[in-house]
Design a protein around this ligand. Structure first.
Ligand code: NAI
Length: 346
């Protein structure tokens, strides 16, 4: 089957080629992101494979459908960039990679926590400049602190396990409670309770209408002064302008972000010689207590290999009419609205 593979990066090609040895799909590698301007590149391709920065909104899906596309194979777990209802209306099957390595993202989230706390990034630079002073580098013990985890699915559960190992009291909010988390001693609480009690809050829920701007100005004001906030989920779960306002007031202690609301124009590209036009992002980068990585939580050898393998097998299964329902993206995967005072559906 001919598959137009959008947003391909050099590190992905060998993994997809290796995964495709037996299946022998015809892979059309495209550096461009999928958008209304590039959709014609997939003309007559029955399958299209996309990543998180690609645009699979309704108008783009309609063009793909008119060009003969019947399968969208996501190289991601998240599917907020796809208009799932429109795909269903058009009869386009959408398959994702639901679990390629929850450890990759969970370990990255914890890496952000440890780096922000013990300031490894600042210490690295200081020592290289022969500045061996410790002023400004003091952290805290994670042992005994309260950590709040929002979303205890595959990734959130691993985060809970790691933080439990650190000796944290782990509080969690999820409309669907995980028996594994309960068994390891995680305490499920309402969001307001999680906000007011947690020293560290880590977001692991998907982006849905219910979670868009879940972390609003109201939610932030309910959090403990000095809280550490980590987001490796999706950028728009946080209202970035409200976050900046709280950082300016000093209410938030530190922030670790692997995702950003408007990351589509920035991440996965080398813009080192360009002027950043996004003033909100530029302001975010000025805070000494904000650490940003460019959506690399998934980026381990194990995870990338699993993404390539599942993407190819999803295409093969589709061709044979034996789709794995667990990988299918449908309306039933859109989670119910979260309970709590800070929700702000938009
Ligand atoms: P998952 O589907 O296993 O778990 C998501 C959990 O969030 C579920 O338990 C669900 O019940 C819960 N949830 C849904 N609505 C909620 C709400 N309103 N409040 C609290 N919890 C809610 O997904 P998984 O694999 O754990 O991934 C989580 C998210 O991580 C993905 O949706 C994606 O956005 C993000 N992600 C980020 C990556 C990165 O590289 N930074 C890579 C992979 C995923």
């Amino acid at each position: 089957m001919k598959i137009a593979v959008y947003s391909i990066k050099p590190y992905e090609k060998p993994l997809l080629d290796a995964a495709n040895v037996e299946a022998k799909h015809e892979l059309l590698f495209l550096a461009a992101q999928l958008s209304a301007a590039t959709v014609d590149l997939a003309l007559k391709c029955p399958a299209v494979s996309i990543f998180v920065g690609d645009d699979a909104s309704a108008p783009v899906l309609r063009c793909l459908h008119a060009g003969g596309t019947r399968l969208i194979a996501l190289r991601s777990a998240g599917f907020n960039h796809v208009d799932v209802e429109e795909a269903a209306r058009l009869g386009i099957t959408v398959l994702r990679v639901p679990a390629y390595s929850p450890h990759a993202v969970a370990e990255h989230a914890v890496g952000l926590m440890l780096t922000l706390n013990r300031k490894f990034h600042r210490a690295f630079n200081r020592v290289r400049e022969q500045n061996f002073a410790l002023d400004g580098l003091m952290g805290f013990d994670f042992n005994g602190k309260a950590a709040g985890v929002i979303g205890t699915g595959k990734i959130g559960e691993v985060v809970c396990r790691i933080l439990t190992g650190f000796g944290c009291r782990v509080l969690a909010f999820d409309p669907v409670q995980s028996p594994e988390c309960t068994a390891m001693g995680v305490e499920y609480v309402e969001l307001a309770d999680l906000y007011s009690r947690s020293d560290v809050i880590s977001l692991h829920c998907p982006l849905t209408p219910a979670t868009r701007h879940l972390v609003s100005a109201g939610a932030i004001s309910a959090m403990k002064p000095g809280v550490m906030l980590i987001n490796t989920s999706r950028g728009a779960v946080i209202d970035t302008r409200a976050l900046i306002a709280a950082l300016k007031k000093g209410h938030i202690g530190s922030v670790g972000l692997d995702v950003y609301e408007e990351e589509g124009d920035l991440f996965f590209k080398d813009l080192s010689a360009e002027v950043i036009q996004d003033d909100v992002f530029a302001r975010l980068m000025t805070f000494p207590n904000v650490l940003i990585t460019a959506h690399q939580g998934f980026f381990t050898r194990e995870a990338c290999t699993a993404i390539a393998t599942t993407t190819i097998s999803n295409a093969t299964d589709f061709e044979r009419g034996t789709v794995n329902d667990a990988n299918r993206v449908g309306a039933r995967l859109i989670a119910p609205a979260a309970a709590g005072p800070s929700d702000r559906a938009r």
